[in-house]
Design a protein around this ligand. Structure first.
Ligand SMILES: [Zn+2]
Length: 339
């Protein structure tokens, strides 16, 4: 059975193609982090190699091997799997060598299964040489070989690569669906499930990680504390924060995007509280603080800053100068009016 939660449209499309034998040679799964792209890709790999009638069964030897990442015909590449980076520097691009390797492997017949599946995680990080190399492979499809590209942002991929893939959107499911899945599938207690589902923005993978330990929730508290400090800081202090963020960005871009997402949720919550829609906020455990802080702003200020956060996130994804982007963002954060 398909294990991905809340993606009925994509699943039924794949199921139909499987039944009719009309699968594409390449898929592009588009959706935010932790939404279930990898789960769906592995499910598809299982379905293609499954030995049962109802595919994917999840129980045959082939399905189990794939679930354990031990199937010889399923290969996953991405940023973290870079074998040639001996130095400690984090890998920022998927290299042409990684693509050449799978290109070579795709020219050989399946080793133990029916299909060879190549999953490219974080396809937006393909270097331009790697993307060109991949394009050539996609232009000459090989029988019994399926490529599955996963991306959080398809706009960062060359249009030529996108056009060679069948694109499937994986929107975050309603938080109610994630909440129910956490309760039924992972035994999370109701109130905690509600908070985690909302914080996850519908991305079950994140919620499961957060439910399995307190680390992610602790990190969220630290990030929110820092945000509250910045809200109350003068311009000089804010520049100190800019320097810290820029250093963080150079080390870990994803983390800065996560912080911006958290800011977005926070300012969106302020707006919801302000217009009397407190029931829909994300940070359900911090409603009292939100109500208090919302009193210090008017709606136009909150809206404008939400736009600024979104613009900053987009600029960083497009490789704008982080120092400049973050300075502008910090300066545009509205100051609270008291009383
Ligand atoms: Zn199976």
């Amino acid at each position: 059975m398909w294990q991905v939660v809340g993606q009925t449209r994509a699943v039924s499309l794949l199921q139909h193609s499987l039944e009719r034998g009309t699968l594409a040679h390449a898929y592009l799964l588009v959706g935010p982090r932790h939404v279930g792209k990898m789960t769906l890709a592995l499910n598809l790999a299982q379905a293609l190699n499954c030995e049962a009638v109802e595919r994917p069964c999840g129980e045959c030897a082939s399905c189990q091997k794939i679930a354990l990442n031990k199937h010889a015909d399923i290969q996953i590449i991405g940023l973290s799997q870079n074998e040639d980076s001996a130095e400690a520097k984090p890998q920022t691009e998927i290299s042409i060598n990684q693509i050449r390797e799978i290109q070579h492997s795709s020219s050989l017949p399946p080793f133990e299964g029916k299909y060879k599946i190549f999953i490219i995680d974080g396809a937006e990080f393909l270097s331009s040489e790697a993307a060109n190399c991949l394009l050539k492979t996609l232009e000459e499809p090989v029988d019994k070989v399926v490529f599955i590209l996963l991306t959080a942002n398809d706009r960062l991929l060359p249009a030529t690569v996108v056009s060679r893939c069948q694109q499937l959107e994986l929107p975050p499911p309603a938080t109610g669906e994630v909440e129910a899945a956490l309760c039924s599938g992972w035994g999370v207690e109701q109130l905690r499930a509600k908070l985690l589902a909302r914080l996850s923005r519908g991305c079950l993978g994140w919620a499961i990680l957060a439910a399995s330990g307190d680390d992610l929730l602790q990190q969220r508290t630290e990030k929110l504390d820092r945000l509250l400090n910045i809200i109350n800081a003068d311009y000089e202090e804010r520049f100190t924060y800019v320097a810290q963020f820029v250093a963080l960005f150079r080390k870990n871009r994803e983390l800065v995007q996560e912080i911006l997402d958290l800011w977005l949720d926070w300012w969106r919550d302020l707006m919801l509280v302000k217009v009397g829609c407190g029931d829909s906020i994300t940070n359900v455990d911090l409603e009292a603080i939100l109500v208090n802080i919302a009193g210090g702003y008017n709606l136009a200020q909150i809206r404008a800053f939400i736009d600024s956060i979104q613009a900053a996130g987009e600029q960083l994804r497009r490789n704008a100068n982080p120092q400049l982007v973050l300075e502008v963002l910090m300066l545009s954060m509205p100051r609270r009016k008291y009383g």
